[in-house]
Design a protein around this ligand. Structure first.
Ligand code: ZN
Length: 418
């Protein structure tokens, strides 16, 4: 009998934790919702929602404002808000041209944010980790009193998710670099560090908070100096066996093309990346974000050279994309980073190449759009990655916090005894 009762107890504990997770996920993804909306979205009963919200409020993850009718018909229902200060994560982003750090609260609110040009000549993991450590130092100085529950890191490289080893980042010159371990030392934080490829995280961010919100089958194509891909299948990130998937920038596309930083020749990246775009426009190809801004201003002013460069890049974009559409059959292709910025100039050419080259059936189903999070998509995705353990099991995290706060409560007693 006792065993049976234990089993029932365990089962109901599992159900309770799953329900807490469902509620926190809804609030994190959608923002404030009334209790009635939570009932409708989770399928839980009104009284179950009331009890679970009470627990989450005590745990500091949500706040409730008094019953508000919000202009809706029917009985007013209390508004439940995720508390951005209730749980924060640290998000970091390592791009070829820039480095960024942000503090992001539950619900996805960016509480503070810095992006700087990557210091020229700084390319070793030690230097980049130190530079990121300095950015985090600035954030900590500007805003006291937060401690992150986890750290998410986006990097322009192929990443082994399990331990944050960057096995290859051609545009940083990295091979088998233990980025996660290095950041752990530099940041001196006890919070777990999760490292992933920047395009995978860009895809996650656009699906959670951007142009692909709610879409189930999405290919995110991100272009800067390097070109990366992030795939969402049935709403879930697809990363391959170890996290190495999605390296579409290194699809061989032009056997007569240029050498690629990965060691191959004629990769997609060599035809559509920022370097080739600047070269086609007769600008210094390795000169960073300011040069790209100047080039785009020329394009907006109607410079024929800039527009010709964009047309050629658009053609290669369409050619590569036709192959990807045939293989993956996505509903939505989202252009991120530089590709998002050039989308208005290349959309027609890309569509024309898709019409010419992709199979008719998947071509009819797919739309190509610009991302709405711009250059910040990978950073926002890094925050989403860091929130994932909390979203999966908020009860676990609330219990850890209870332990911490009871430890705090003991301190004054110790002082009195001393
Ligand atoms: Zn390559």
């Amino acid at each position: 009998m006792t065993i049976a009762r234990d089993e029932i107890g365990q089962r109901s504990e599992t159900v309770r934790r799953a329900n807490l997770s469902a509620i926190v996920r809804e609030l994190h993804g959608q923002g404030p919702l009334t209790r009635s909306e939570l009932v409708a979205r989770t399928g839980l009963t009104r009284s179950a929602i009331r009890g679970l919200i009470g627990e989450l409020a005590v745990g500091g993850l949500v706040t409730e404002s008094p019953a508000a009718s919000l202009g809706m018909p029917g009985r007013p229902s209390p508004l439940v808000c995720p508390d951005p200060e209730g749980a924060v994560v640290l998000a970091l982003d390592i791009e070829v041209d820039s480095l960024a750090a942000a503090v992001v609260g539950l619900g996805g609110e960016v509480l503070d944010h810095i992006r700087v040009d990557r210091p020229r000549g700084h390319s070793s993991v030690e230097q980049i980790a130190d530079d990121l450590g300095q950015l985090v130092g600035v954030l900590r100085a500007r805003r006291s009193g937060w401690s992150e529950i986890a750290i998410g890191v986006a990097v322009v490289g192929v990443v082994r998710r399990a331990d944050g080893l960057v096995s290859m980042a051609p545009n940083l010159g990295w091979t088998d670099v233990p980025l996660g371990a290095r950041l752990e030392r530099v940041l001196g934080s006890e919070a777990p560090i999760h490292v992933a490829n920047e395009a995978d995280l860009g895809a996650l961010a656009e699906v959670r908070r951007g142009a692909a919100r709610g879409a189930e089958h999405v290919l995110f194509v991100s272009g800067e100096v390097g070109v990366g891909g992030g795939l969402i299948v049935e709403g879930q990130p697809f990363t391959g066996v170890a996290g190495y998937g999605g390296e579409i920038g290194h699809m061989p596309i032009n056997p007569a093309g240029l050498s690629c930083r990965c060691g191959s020749v004629g990769c997609w990246e060599t035809e559509v990346g920022a370097v080739s775009l600047l070269r086609r426009a007769g600008r210094p190809p390795h000169s960073g974000r300011a040069e790209i801004d100047g080039f785009l201003r020329d394009a907006e002013a109607g410079s024929p050279t800039a527009l010709r460069a964009l047309a050629e890049t658009g053609r290669w974009l369409g050619i590569g994309l036709a192959g990807l559409v045939n293989v993956l059959d996505p509903r939505l292709v989202v252009f991120g980073g530089l590709f998002g910025r050039i989308h208005p100039f290349v959309a027609e050419t890309v569509d024309a190449e898709l019409d010419r080259r992709a199979l008719a059936a998947p071509r009819r189903l797919v739309r190509v759009v610009a991302g709405s999070l711009g250059a910040e998509a990978p950073l926002r995705g890094a925050a989403e990655l860091a929130f994932e353990p909390l979203l999966a099991d908020p009860a676990m995290w609330m219990r850890r916090r209870d332990v911490e706060s009871s430890r705090d409560a003991v301190l004054p007693l110790r002082r009195v005894v001393a």
